[in-house]
Write a protein that binds this ligand. Structure first.
Ligand SMILES: Nc1ncnc2c1ncn2[C@@H]1O[C@H](COP(=O)(O)OP(=O)(O)O)[C@@H](O)[C@H]1O
Ligand SMILES: [Mg+2]
Length: 144
């Protein structure tokens, strides 16, 4: 019975996961940017934090503006990104070979980095041995 229900709905409830999220967004002034692109960038980073991070630990999102620049970061706990993987992280199809997840095609970070560049900004990553990964966007807050 259960299997039938799942098949009909096309959705497996038992595979649903919830991941704690903490956000600290301090952006009182409007940001000038392409809203769809910025949304896509954030979605890619959040999706990665959920997919590749430790789901029992909170994902932390921060956003603030300083000296005419927008700073946005997504932090997750979990296994650090190996140096060899990190070197080509923002290029096409840069997934580590043996990964079992079918979540994406390895394009998410490439697209996110291109969106940052299109706004005269940059996307960087810090992944430490203390099992902490942070992706950081920095771009002019009034991009043309
Ligand atoms: N937040 C993260 N924590 C740990 N590893 C990550 C994180 N984001 C990305 N990665 C690593 O970088 C790879 C490339 O990410 P991405 O370009 O989004 O492609 P995809 O998620 O489709 O594999 C991932 O497969 C994963 O190995
Ligand atoms: Mg991804």
């Amino acid at each position: 019975m259960k299997l039938k229900t799942r098949k009909r709905n096309g959705f497996d409830n038992q595979r649903r996961t919830t991941v704690p999220l903490e956000s600290d967004i301090d952006l009182p002034n409007p940001i000038v940017a392409d809203p769809q692109c910025l949304g896509q960038l954030l979605s890619n980073l959040l999706g990665n934090a959920v997919t590749h991070g430790d789901r029992s630990q909170p994902i932390q999102v921060r956003g603030f503006e300083r000296s005419g620049e927008l700073f946005l970061s997504v932090n997750n706990r979990g296994a650090p990104i190996p140096d060899a993987v990190r070197a080509s992280l923002f290029q096409h199809f840069s997934r580590p070979g043996k990964q079992s997840s079918l979540q994406g095609l390895g394009l998410g970070l490439y697209i996110a980095a291109e969106i940052a560049r299109a706004h005269d900004g940059e996307l960087t990553v810090e992944s430490t041995a203390s099992a902490d990964t942070t992706f950081k966007l920095r771009m002019p807050s009034q991009a043309q």
